[in-house]
Design a protein. Structure first.
Length: 204
């Protein structure tokens, strides 16, 4: 092998090593659970005879993901860099609703759609917003859920309602915004429990 060829190979190797060293570092991603708000004592308002199944909400591709959505201005929607939910937001919300309905204790039995348990009523929904939005330079979490209560025996929708919850964040930092998501989710749970129990009691 000639010295010229050896020099060429050496230069090529050096260039390859240099290019490898210039590759960007992997992004550090912080994964968040959906935090709990203030603990609420179970309401002593009588029981509901029917059993209830809570379905995972339907949502757009952006919302039905582990990315944490943010609307910085106008109609522009983006996601927080380096931050993710531990599960897709629709699964997180379904699980939070299930937990809060069970803790409330008003329904005879509560299950999730994943358990495929037979129930008298199903709570199905569309998640239209699960994001932080900047208002006057300050973030607030917005959750909008279009809910429908379905009688399982007939698959008939017996009641429907849209819920909108807004919860200001204490700070612009992602951990504070995540805390606001938890507070908003628990607030939505309380409203859904009251509405669902009221509707269920009117059914014969």
């Amino acid at each position: 092998m000639t010295s010229a060829l050896l020099r060429s190979l050496g230069l090529a190797s050096a260039a390859l090593l240099a290019s490898c060293s210039l590759l960007p570092e992997a992004e550090t991603v912080q994964t968040y659970l959906l935090p709990h708000g203030a603990n609420q004592a179970p309401a002593n308002r009588g029981t509901v005879a029917q059993s209830l199944s809570i379905g995972r909400p339907q949502a757009s591709q952006l919302l039905d993901s582990t990315r944490i959505a943010v609307v910085p201005q106008g109609s522009e929607i983006s996601t927080y860099k380096g931050a993710r939910w531990s599960n897709p937001s629709t699964a997180l919300l379904r699980d939070r609703l299930l937990e809060n309905f069970q803790s409330d204790g008003r329904f005879a039995a509560v299950s999730s759609d994943e358990q495929h348990a037979q129930a008298d009523l199903s709570l199905i929904s569309n998640l239209m917003a699960f994001q932080s939005e900047y208002v006057d330079g300050k973030p607030q979490v917005v959750i909008r859920l279009d809910a429908r209560l379905v009688r399982e025996t007939t698959q008939r929708i017996v009641a429907s309602r849209s819920f909108v919850v807004r919860q200001p964040s204490a700070d612009v930092a992602v951990p504070a915004v995540v805390d606001a998501f938890g507070q908003a989710s628990d607030q939505l749970s309380r409203q859904l429990i009251e509405w669902t129990a009221t509707q269920a009691r009117t059914l014969k």
